[in-house]
Write a protein that binds this ligand. Structure first.
Ligand code: PLP
Ligand code: COI
Length: 358
């Protein structure tokens, strides 16, 4: 699998695997033994390496730090009962990686290089993949500018890296969400569709205010009128209203989620009506009041399917009438996705990229 990409591998002399408590895996705190690193210099990607996980040295003037030329991806590797290791839909992440890169005037990367860099790292650290229900190896590819000068122009050099973390569920409880009607995450013409670091930085202040008010997540609304739902902080927003799966259209203010796409594909196969369109705050609140809103969840790689328990607007909190465990659609979608990811159902869509063991 790594035949075509020439990767120099330096293995760690002191693995942390034995000391790691796989019964306690807070999201993103524990890193596996190795990381992937490559450099973009003289107009090409070079120096493909896997090295022991550790700190890196960068110049203090890099434009990633000053002007935010930086973005990331997120995907997961799973271990099946028979020991097979698979990565879920990495081609989708490769495509989104390049969309983000273009928006930020950063270099793109051929899909095969992106996938092989990840597969080689996962293969080397395969013992770090937890073999437990709802657990996986979270994979974090990212790229940042490394030119050491302060001009506001695109850098000519970049670093691409991949880290991995053994993880359990990102959200451990049913979410209490707040519809944000003051702050904005992304506007038309902006970079909402890119997985740019700045999109997450900008969300922290409003998200912290919401946490202080007792909420778990925000639902972002459109920048112009704050009347239409966009997405959640770390997941796409999906609803079952009046027997139909509805979700905001993935246009330029929203991250085009792989999980969202997967849920929609499954729903269509099941003959479940799907509407990708503008979703108004008013119809969701009305549905919560009347009980026509039978399901609401965030869909994301880290979040998987995160059930929403209640939705608050500026005046009140509306609790969904059906308990998460009794929600037919999201329970079915979660099970169907997990069955494929963990190799318990045939992968008829070709979504699992198998990591060979050589
Ligand atoms: N929206 C935002 C802002 C996210 O951070 C994520 C997580 O990656 C998603 C949506 C869901 O995307 P995906 O399913 O590709 O992980
Ligand atoms: C992911 O699901 O990959 C995400 O990017 C969420 C993350 C911001 C924790």
């Amino acid at each position: 699998m790594t035949d075509t990409l020439d990767i120099k591998i330096t293995k760690t002399k002191s693995s942390r695997l034995e000391q790691t408590d796989f019964n306690n895996l807070p999201f993103g705190h524990i890193f596996s033994d190795h990381m992937f690193v490559a450099d973009f210099e003289d107009g090409e990607w070079k120096n493909f390496q896997i090295v022991p996980y550790g700190d890196i040295l960068v110049g203090p003037g890099i434009s990633a730090l000053h002007y935010g030329q930086s973005f990331f991806e997120g995907l997961k590797a799973y271990k099946h009962n028979d020991g097979t290791v698979s990565i879920f839909r990495p081609d989708k992440n490769a495509a989104r990686f390049n969309k983000s890169a273009k928006r930020l005037c950063m270099p793109t990367m051929p899909e095969e290089v992106f996938i092989q860099s990840i597969a080689a790292l996962v293969d080397l650290d395969r013992d770090w993949i937890p073999q437990k229900p709802n657990h996986s190896l979270y994979i974090r590819p990212f790229m940042f500018a490394t030119d050491k000068y302060l001009g506001v122009t695109p850098s000519k050099t970049y670093k691409y890296m991949v880290l991995t973390c053994p993880v359990g569920p990102y959200f451990s409880k049913t979410l209490r969400v707040k519809i944000e009607t003051h702050y904005t995450r992304a506007a038309e013409g902006g970079m909402g569709y890119a997985k740019s670091s700045g999109n997450y930085g900008v969300s922290m202040f409003p998200a912290r205010k919401a946490t202080e008010e007792g909420f778990d997540q925000l639902i972002w609304t459109d920048a112009k009128e704050h009347k239409y739902i966009e997405e959640m902080g770390a997941a796409n927003a999906m609803f079952v209203l009046d027997g139909k799966l509805i979700t905001p259209l993935a246009q330029d203010t929203i991250l085009d989620g792989v999980t969202r796409d997967t849920v929609i594909a499954l729903a269509r196969e099941w003959g479940f009506p799907v509407e990708e369109r503008k979703v108004s705050v008013a119809e969701i609140i009305e549905g919560a009041k009347t009980g026509k809103l039978t399901d609401a969840f965030g869909a994301g790689t880290a979040a998987t399917i995160a059930s929403v328990g209640s939705i608050s607007d500026d005046s009140a909190e509306y609790t969904l009438k059906i308990e998460p465990k009794d929600r037919e659609f999201s329970q079915r979608a979660l099970k169907a996705m997990n069955d494929i990811k963990y190799g318990n159902a045939p992968d008829t869509h070709g979504w699992n990229y198998l990591v060979s063991g050589d």
